[in-house]
Structure formats: structure tokens, C-alpha cells
Design a protein. Structure first.
Length: 334
């Protein structure tokens, strides 16, 4: 599990709360939240109570308005009441998902700041990290977020130390990348309060054969994502993913993999049905698309961050691939 001093404060706070009865956990559901990430966080609490044969955890569900909240899959979850109920919780998670900037309102940020002032342990699930950052709770802290949002968060909040861990604990801040990583995070917290045996029993209940460490990958291994196993091709794609802001030339990529440029071309055509140049361009444009949707960076700044020499060249390439300009991509629909 987690080693070092970063989680000592949370460990001691959770241990201290054990003598006060069941640990009360709050969930602030933001519209378009990830149902999988939320369920993976709340279900282990229920299972822990069942496996222990006693009420170790209770929970409260709220929303910024106190009313029902619709998840990104269209399922509506009823809240127990308005955000004031969360003040009774020792630990509160802001749980969100798609279009987080749209729901980053002053009212929601004030709710999070008030919880922090009252001494609660504040956590975030999936893009809830963005809310914590916007509320000023993560400056100079280690934090994580869903891999699609890492670049955008780091660009918009330069004081943050953004990682690609499954979850991060720093002082009284907990951030989780979302998806099934919520399960591993809650299992870790269960182990800190009630021991590893109970955490393992809960993990087995969900047919989760291994409680992942925070440092486990968020994303699938490259060979699984691409469906290929050629080591030199995988090495080149890895170099490409690492060099989006300052792209390597095709000659440089070939040399790094100990290939000729002709051999490199053949590998990409055989396994990926494209050219190295086109594949690399699509990687850079995909990153640009994330930044357009998730940050308020200027189009020129995004172009430069994705290896384009000018906004006009970026716009031309973007339109060829996505059928719309970067400006149109960012414009609200309707």
C-alpha cells in the first residue's frame, strides 16, 4: 500500500474517528458524474458493513442543489438533502465526470471550501479533482485525475503536482482517477481503519482479485491498447506519446528504435494501417482536443503545447481530421 508520510495525517484522523462510531462518508454528486466511479466508492462501504456484521460506515448523498442528480449514463440518483448535510461527515468526496467546467460554479466551490474550513477530509473522484483545484485546495499538493484530464489540469493549475496514479493522498486531500480505481481507494481506506483482512474480504466480494497499488497504471499497457506486440513499433509509439509538445522527426524516431525510415514505414503500415507521420499527427490532435474541451487555454497556446508551429497550421490540421475548427470545437452547442 501507500508508504511514507503523505498519508499519515489521514490515517490518524480515520483511526481517531473509529472510537466515535461508524465513519460517516459524504458524496457530493455533480451533474454528469460517473456512475461507475461513484458505485465503486459507495458499494465497498456497504460490503464492509455486511462482512463485519456491524455498521462500520454510514453515508450521505447530496448535490449542489440538494435535488436529484443525473449521471453521465442518464441514471438519476436521489439526494438525501442539500449540501449542509455533508457537514456531518468526516470524509466527503466530490464525484463528477463529463463537462466538469460547465458545473464548476461559485456555489459548488463555496460548498467545498466550507467543508474544508470545518475540518473535514476532502476527496475527489474522477474530475472532482478539478473542483478541488479550482477551490484552491490542492495548491502544491500531489493529486491525480482521470488520464483524459491530466494534461488539461496541469496546464490550467501549474501549482499542482499532477500524477497519473490511481489515487493520491496528500495531507487531508484524497484524489482518485475514477472508474474502478475508486474501489481500490476505498479498500485502502477500509484497511487503514479496520485492517487488511476486512479489505481483502470486501475485495473478494466484488471478484476483485488484487487490491491495486496507487502506482498501478491508469491506462492499459500500450500493447493491449494497440493490439500489437512488435517491440520496436511499441517503442516508437511510446516515444511519440512522450514527445507531443516537441515532436521527433521521423528520422529521429527511426534512429531511436534502431530502424531505417523505410522499415519504420513498413511497420506502421503492416500493424496500424497508417504512416508514422499520420499516426503522430493524430496523437497530437487528440491531445489538443482534450485541452480545447477541458481548459480555457488560448488556441495558440494549445497549438504550441501540441507541437504545432502556428495557430493557423493547427487549425488547418484539426479541421481536416475532426471536420470543424478548434474555435468551433470549443463553442457551446445549441
Amino acid at each position: 500500500m501507500i508508504a511514507g508520510m503523505k498519508d499519515e495525517k489521514i490515517r490518524s484522523l480515520l483511526q481517531a474517528s473509529k472510537s466515535a462510531g461508524p465513519l460517516r462518508v459524504g458524496f457530493l454528486l455533480i451533474p454528469n458524474f460517473s456512475m461507475l466511479a461513484f458505485a465503486s466508492a459507495i458499494e465497498p462501504l456497504r460490503a464492509a458493513n455486511r462482512m463485519a456484521g456491524q455498521e462500520l460506515f454510514t453515508w450521505v448523498i447530496s448535490s449542489p442543489t440538494g435535488g436529484p442528480t443525473e449521471a453521465s449514463n442518464g441514471v438519476v440518483v436521489t439526494a438525501d438533502g442539500d449540501p449542509e448535510l455533508l457537514q456531518t461527515c468526516r470524509l466527503v468526496f466530490a464525484c463528477s465526470g463529463l463537462d466538469i467546467k460547465k458545473y464548476c460554479t461559485r456555489e459548488t466551490l463555496n460548498v467545498i471550501r466550507k467543508l474544508d474550513r470545518n475540518g473535514g477530509i476532502i476527496g475527489a473522484i474522477c474530475t472532482g479533482t478539478y473542483l478541488m483545484a479550482a477551490a484552491g485546495l490542492l495548491d502544491e499538493k500531489r493529486c491525480t485525475i482521470h488520464w483524459e484530464n491530466i494534461d488539461g489540469l496541469a496546464e490550467e493549475f501549474p501549482l499542482l503536482e499532477v500524477t497519473n496514479e490511481l489515487f493520491e493522498i496528500d495531507d487531508t486531500r484524497i484524489t482518485c482517477s475514477g472508474g474502478t480505481a475508486s474501489l481500490d481507494m476505498i479498500l485502502y481506506l477500509i484497511s487503514q481503519v479496520h485492517g487488511n483482512t476486512l479489505a481483502a474480504q470486501v475485495s473478494e466480494q466484488f471478484i476483485h482479485d488484487r487490491i491495486r497499488d496507487p502506482s498501478d497504471r491508469q491506462r492499459m499497457e500500450l500493447r493491449s491498447r494497440l493490439g500489437v506486440s512488435h517491440p520496436k513499433l511499441l517503442a516508437v509509439v511510446s516515444y511519440m506519446e512522450e514527445g507531443l509538445e516537441e515532436p521527433y522527426s521521423q528520422t529521429e524516431l527511426a534512429r531511436k528504435a534502431n530502424l531505417s525510415t523505410r522499415q519504420l514505414e513498413r511497420l506502421f503500415r503492416k500493424y496500424l494501417q497508417t504512416t508514422p507521420t499520420r499516426y503522430y499527427l493524430n496523437l497530437r490532435l487528440a491531445r489538443a482536443r482534450h485541452l480545447l474541451r477541458q481548459t480555457s487555454m488560448s488556441i495558440l497556446s494549445i497549438a504550441l503545447a501540441c507541437g504545432f508551429v502556428s495557430a493557423s497550421h493547427f487549425s488547418k490540421c484539426y479541421r481536416e481530421v475532426y471536420g470543424r475548427t478548434p474555435r468551433a470545437e470549443r463553442a457551446p452547442e445549441g
